[in-house]
Design a binder for this molecule. Structure first.
Ligand SMILES: Nc1nc2c(c(=O)[nH]1)N[C@H]1C(S)=C(S)[C@@H](COP(=O)(O)OP(=O)(O)OC[C@H]3O[C@@H](n4cnc5c(=O)[nH]c(N)nc54)[C@H](O)[C@@H]3O)O[C@H]1N2
Ligand SMILES: Nc1nc2c(c(=O)[nH]1)N[C@H]1C(S)=C(S)[C@@H](COP(=O)(O)OP(=O)(O)OC[C@H]3O[C@@H](n4cnc5c(=O)[nH]c(N)nc54)[C@H](O)[C@@H]3O)O[C@H]1N2
Ligand code: SF4
Ligand SMILES: [Mo]
Length: 749
């Protein structure tokens, strides 16, 4: 078989050398005054900051702050500021591509539709619909996520659709649903400045939700105290009152230890527990054996500090806990989140200003993307796909017989495993770069090689798309419109700034056209995204994520509307559980017992060091977009391995030395960055790069049994000093896209 990435070669030649890019009309166009401003939101993280894009003709050429948008009040982080550089990048796909023995060839949109229809139909006839898997993503507007879920189930008829949020929000989602009956951040960020004690677990707020830091500083200004739990001393830890350098994968021991102290010191809110929760007795008993000394032995935080944290949290009149992937990317990610919820419930901290807990959602539409049916277990409105009433409702809205609606399918990593095992034969993927973002990249690469048909919709030829048989040139966020739900559950409007260039098409059009070609046109009558939204409103009606009362006009006028919003005269729900009722039938919170267990890749004498992976401020996810934006690349040009001076000293490693990091699966060679801000038994590598330096060459495929999230945050490794890789310049070039990163231009903006 031809080596699949070689198919990119003709495209490479077309674009020429690294960094020579000048947009049509030249860079100085942006300096001229003849632009219009489009109010919209950032295309990157879940904070969904308001931004005004400067548009000239059909190009985004810059931005201006949108100061009256209440969440960020004009503030932006480096990614938001530089996002406009991605649109005119020469790697932007302008036409569809077909793999041929000579490499990718550009083909017409009609031809691409024809090929996709023919291949999907043939595979469905030969192996049945479940042999086709669909991957979606949470960077897309909610209408596209909804459309893709319907496409999978109605046009293709497969149960196997899942999305990249399976690598992201599902541990938190599963836990909040189990305990509180709803998967949404219960409190808005504006509650943070109101609290007396804020416990931040596994969230690098300053780099990954930069705008949220201003809320934390306001809390500090108001006299609130900050506790940070992280194996790395992240930027916000510098201003923390208490920093707990937890051993990777052991937060549950710390949280059980804290609960133990809270019980022991009589800080439990018994009245609250009696009237608002079930399951407390069993939870209390489960913490009995976790005295601070026992907890300390497991989690590596001194017992006195566990006590201090518990007393600070337990004695505060108002306390909050917030968390992100640091406690969620684990094979016990759901338990970790449940333990945070238990801590808040036990102290009666729920459903009031400055009291509660929430997850910081990751992707731009990480929240909206998990509500309306691109998850394998879910129908629109955050309904369960196994609930007979939900199935009846959705089948009615979609105009299909209820029996034809597939049941629950495989999750994202399970789909890749099934492809590897030869059980799934075709993959159609929109907004997902699994070769960089799934664990154990060698396994992913082998799986992609086995596909009989692999179709992709993207606007760049991502590392995964380089393995495709067919690539549709899709749309960037600025070429689309629709809604997203921010990390707070605030539904906001993305406004279209420009049209897709060349023969690129909006994603929604591609999926709709394909549904028509597959013979299901009557169920996909849309001529605009607004029509999809109007259907979504009805589909979500009566569900948990009820959007029925939300209109595009309201969203614009009210600076976003928080769901649930069941009717047009409903104000939206800023804070959940304010009436003391949770989203279970009995109105109570269902506390869950959590059991400590080891990670799926524990250290041994051969692999004695913990490896954890995550992010840096200037790069985003698999990096397809940000690795092409020169000023962001300049801020953090390549992956490095953070290592503590003590460990570095033992291994004879100095700052800048090349090190080989080896796990039970593979090795990666990067430069060492010797820092005092990490535990001496742990190293950290950010994961935004593809190829031989991708952190996911090292990670393992152990999943949380309930959420099916991979354990990105803890692997066992060894580290040794080595030589730079032989083909360093080739590796670097591949990392910055085909045409290289767009360079910074002094004096612009
Ligand atoms: N700059 C930037 N911002 C982003 C993104 C990006 O790629 N780049 N991605 C967005 C997305 S999709 C997401 S999901 C969020 C992620 O946001 P975060 O979850 O805040 O980011 P991570 O770097 O994945 O991990 C957070 C922290 O977890 C710590 N950690 C590692 N192991 C453990 C552990 O066992 N216990 C604890 N307590 N902490 C641990 C790491 O040291 C790290 O500081 O960021 C969003 N924002
Ligand atoms: N080791 C390790 N691995 C991780 C993580 C970690 O912390 N450590 N974090 C995990 C997390 S939290 C996440 S969220 C995942 C993210 O992993 P991915 O979802 O794979 O990352 P993205 O870079 O968002 O990939 C999305 C692709 O979709 C394209 N895209 C973006 N927007 C659109 C759109 O509107 N339409 C279309 N058609 N395409 C679009 C982009 O160009 C890109 O190629 O990675 C996970 N992987
Ligand atoms: S904080 Fe997130 S949404 Fe705001 S500008 Fe930065 S990346 Fe964009
Ligand atoms: Mo994420």
């Amino acid at each position: 078989m031809a080596k699949r990435p070689d198919a990119a070669a003709p495209i490479l030649e077309r674009y020429g050398p690294h960094g020579n890019y000048v947009p049509p009309g030249g860079w100085d166009r942006a300096a001229r005054g003849d632009y219009r401003l489009v109010k919209t939101h950032c295309c990157f993280c879940g904070q969904q900051c308001g931004i005004q894009l400067k548009v000239q003709e059909n190009q985004v050429v810059g931005f201006e702050p949108w100061e009256d948008f209440p969440y960020n009040r004009g503030m932006l982080c480096p990614k938001g500021v530089k996002r406009y550089l991605q649109g005119p990048h020469p790697d932007r796909l302008l036409r569809s591509l077909e793999r041929t023995p000579e490499g990718f060839q550009e083909i017409s949109y009609e031809e691409a539709l024809r090929i996709a229809t023919e291949k999907l139909t043939a595979i469905r006839e030969k192996y049945g619909p479940d042999a086709i898997a669909i991957y979606g993503g949470a960077s897309m507007v909610t209408e596209k996520a909804y459309l893709l879920g319907k496409f999978a189930r109605v046009a293709v008829g497969t149960r196997n659709i899942d999305y990249n949020g399976r690598l992201c929000m599902v541990s938190a989602g599963t836990a909040y649903k189990l305990a509180l009956g709803v998967d949404r951040a219960p409190n808005p960020m504006s509650d943070v400045p109101e609290t007396e004690v804020l416990l931040v677990l596994g969230a690098n707020v300053a780099e990954c939700a930069p705008i949220a830091t201003s809320y934390i500083w306001r809390m500090r200004d108001n006299g609130g105290r900050l506790i940070v739990v992280d194996p790395r001393m992240t930027p916000i830890s510098r201003n923390a009152d208490l920093y707990l350098p937890v051993r990777p994968g052991t937060d549950l021991a710390l949280l059980l230890g804290m609960l133990h102290v809270i019980v022991r010191e009589g800080l439990v809110d018994t009245e609250y527990l009696k009237s608002h929760t079930t399951g407390w007795e069993a939870v209390r008993e489960s913490a009995a054996k976790w005295d601070p000394e026992t907890a300390a032995r497991v989690c590596g935080v001194p017992p006195d500090n566990i006590v201090k944290a518990a007393l600070m949290f337990g004695r505060a009149k108002k306390a909050m806990a917030i968390h992100a992937r640091g406690i969620e990317h684990h094979s016990k990610g759901v338990e970790n989140c449940l333990a945070v919820i238990n801590l808040c419930l036990a102290t009666g901290n729920m459903g009031a200003p400055g009291r509660g807990c929430f997850m910081i959602t990751g992707q731009g539409n990480g929240q909206g993307g998990r509500e309306h049916g691109q998850k394998c277990d879910q129908l629109p409105g955050a309904r369960s796909i196994t609930d007979p009433e939900a199935r009846r409702h959705i089948a009615g809205v979609w105009g299909i017989p209820e029996e034809s609606l597939p049941g629950p399918g495989l999750t994202a990593q399970e789909i890749m495993n099934a492809i590897h095992a030869g059980e799934i034969k075709a993959l159609f993927s929109m907004c997902f770069n699994p070769l960089v973002s799934l664990p154990d990249a060698r396994h992913t690469r082998e799986a992609l090689e086995k596909l009989e048909f692999f179709g992709v919709i993207d606007f760049f030829l991502s590392e995964t798309a380089q393995h495709a048989d067919l690539v549709f040139a899709g749309s960037t966020q600025e070429e689309d419109e629709g809604v997203i739900a921010s990390s707070e559950g605030r539904v906001q409007k993305i406004n279209k700034a420009v049209d897709p260039p060349g023969e690129a098409r909006s994603d929604a059009k591609i999926v709709t056209d394909l549904a028509h070609r597959l013979g299901k046109g009557q169920h996909f009558p849309y001529t605009s995204t607004r029509e999809i939204f109007e259907e979504l409103r009805v589909a979500s009606r009566g569900g948990i994520a009820d959007y029925y009362g939300i209109t595009w006009e309201r969203v614009e006028k009210e600076y976003g509307v928080f769901w649930p919003c069941p009717s047009l005269d409903h104000p939206g729900t800023l804070r959940l559980f304010e009436d003391g009722r949770f989203y279970h039938g009995d109105g109570k919170a269902h506390m869950q017992v959590t059991e400590y267990r080891q990670s799926g890749d524990p250290p041994s004498s051969d692999f004695p060091i913990y490896l954890t992976t995550g992010r840096v401020v200037s790069q985003f996810l698999s990096g397809t977009q940000t690795r092409r934006i020169g000023p962001l690349v300049d801020l953090y040009p390549e992956p490095r391995c953070e290592i503590h001076p003590r460990l570095a000293g033992q291994l004879g490693i100095a700052d800048g030395d090349w090190v080989k990091v080896t796990t039970r699966r593979n090795s990666v060679t990067v430069q060492a960055q010797v820092v005092r801000t990490i535990r001496p038994d742990t190293v950290f590598i950010p994961y935004h790069w593809p190829g031989p330096r991708s952190a996911n060459n090292l990670t393992h495929r152990t999943l949380d049994p309930r959420s099916k999230i991979p354990e990105f945050k803890v692997s066992a490794c060894r580290v040794e000093k080595t030589q730079p890789p032989a083909d360093l310049s080739g590796i670097r070039k591949a990392e910055t896209g085909i045409a290289g990163a767009v360079p910074a231009v002094e004096g612009r903006l």
